[in-house]
Write a protein that binds this ligand. Structure first.
Ligand SMILES: NC(=O)c1ccc[n+]([C@@H]2O[C@H](COP(=O)([O-])OP(=O)(O)OC[C@H]3O[C@@H](n4cnc5c(N)ncnc54)[C@H](O)[C@@H]3O)[C@@H](O)[C@H]2O)c1
Length: 426
């Protein structure tokens, strides 16, 4: 990878002097991203994104840096901004600018105004491809920067919440170009949302608080892909896990997986640590705050900071103060103390480092191959949200298995004929 920018690279990052640490961490992560390594080698030869302007709005982590370098090496002209005010790794942002000459706009802890000014800066790049995580960039493009829409060919979306927003736009007929829902690839959500969020959410809670999970009661709101992963890992640490849900099927699944299931109103008075992973709003709200035990810890790992109603909590508290990094204490009028982690933002990306590189390997392989697919096929696509083509998804799974040295069986011709036939029942 070529080093050190020779010309000034547009940026707004915390401190370029952090670049050296960032570069080593980026290289460390790349070692655990063999599928992306394979794609990068192929992209260097085939240049599938030659001259294409990409505006990416993603969590600025070591893994994202490796995706950016892969796209750049495939010929793309990229700009990157943060997809969350608290998820940026400042050393990585610095290295992307200094070592890889990739314009980057992201500072950990940036205000909402700065967050949106960074999205504006990424859009000033006049993207032909948008690569979003949560659909903030796409929303701004469709509301405040409509003049740029004619130049956009296609886009990708990384997360569940973004896909939900984009599908709503497509339903209302306002989406102006085709977007691939990377989240919906099996090689993305089965692994990233489940095992990535499961491990890194636990990591974020432990790094922020240093609590002992063994013997504690952990309440998991939402038993989707992320919630399943987190519940499984919390149990593995010895916690008694309670699941809350609104979907009866997911609730039965949680029960049969061996978890206690109840309403949040009931769980509120029992839990020691609460984590929301729903993509919904006000999942923990006023009526629940009234019942929480003294010392209860609340956090969120869903995309937006709306899952815990922090405005209501602020109004109910008689005082609040920071206790340690990423932990804020709210003292209630009856003297109970309640702790909120990372301002209710994604705990795994705020207090820890987000998902391990080895799982982001598959998610970002989907991003890179989807970008290549879209450049080839966008003209024949409608202004809709598309799934990642099944052959790409399977190809990524094969590459991942190969990188792990795992071989699996193949269907014999007889087996293929048997499985394709309806007459061979005896
Ligand atoms: N922290 C991360 O790094 C990370 C990674 C991937 C996804 N996400 C985000 O996490 C969120 C969940 O993603 P997912 O893939 O698990 O989605 P999902 O759709 O698979 O699961 C969400 C679950 O929450 C349930 N739910 C909705 N409202 C609820 C409520 N009020 N109470 C209890 N349960 C409720 C739904 O029934 C569903 O089962 C999304 O916002 C997604 O964007 C975060």
């Amino acid at each position: 990878m070529p080093n050190k920018a020779s010309v000034a690279v547009a940026c707004d990052v915390k401190d370029l002097a952090l670049a050296d640490v960032g570069k080593r961490r980026i290289e460390w992560a790349f070692q655990s991203m063999p599928v992306l390594q394979t794609i990068r080698k192929q992209f260097i030869k085939t240049q599938p994104l030659a001259g294409i302007r990409v505006s990416a709005c993603l969590h600025v982590t070591t893994e994202t840096a490796n995706l950016m370098v892969t796209l750049r090496d495939g010929g793309a002209n990229i700009t990157l901004c943060a997809s969350n005010p608290l998820s940026t790794q400042d050393d990585v942002a610095a290295s992307l600018v200094s070592d890889y000459s990739i314009p980057t706009f992201a500072i950990k802890g940036e205000s909402n105004d700065v967050y949106y000014s960074h999205i504006a800066a990424a859009l000033d790049h006049h993207p032909q491809i948008t690569m979003d995580d949560g659909a903030d960039l796409v929303t701004i493009l469709h509301t405040k920067r409509k003049e740029l829409l004619d130049g956009v060919l296609c886009g990708t979306e990384e997360t569940t919440t973004g896909v939900i927003r984009l599908k709503a736009m497509a339903r209302e007929g306002v989406l102006r170009y085709p977007i691939i829902a990377v989240n919906d690839a099996l090689t993305k959500h089965l692994f990233d949302n489940r095992y990535g969020t499961g491990q890194s959410t636990l990591d974020g809670i432990v790094r922020a608080t240093n609590v002992l999970l063994a013997g504690s009661t952990v309440v998991v709101a939402g038993y989707g892909w992320c919630g399943r992963g987190f519940a499984m890992r919390a149990r593995g640490m010895g916690a008694n896990v309670i699941v809350t849900e609104v979907d009866p099927i997911k609730a039965i699944e949680a029960l049969m997986d061996g978890f206690r299931v109840m309403s949040m109103s009931e769980a509120a008075g029992i839990g020691d640590v609460f984590c929301t992973l729903t993509g919904d709003k006000s999942v923990i709200a006023r009526e629940h705050f009234e019942k929480l035990k003294n010392g209860a810890i609340l956090c969120n790992s869903g995309h937006f900071n709306v899952e815990i109603d922090l405005e209501a909590l602020g109004r109910m508290a008689s005082s609040r103060r920071p206790m340690r990094e990423f932990v804020e204490e709210f003292v209630m009028r009856d003297g109970r103390r309640i702790y909120v982690l990372a301002e209710g933002r994604l705990i795994n990306l705020s207090a820890a480092e987000g998902h391990p590189a080895s799982v982001m390997d598959m998610s970002f392989a989907n991003q890179a191959l989807s970008a290549e697919y879209l450049v080839k096929n966008h003209a024949s696509l409608e202004k809709k949200v598309y799934s990642v083509p099944e052959d790409l998804d399977k190809h990524i799974a094969k590459l991942k298995l190969e990188s792990m040295g795992v071989k699996i069986d193949r269907l014999t011709p007889e087996q293929e004929a048997y499985l394709a036939s309806w007459s061979e029942g005896t």
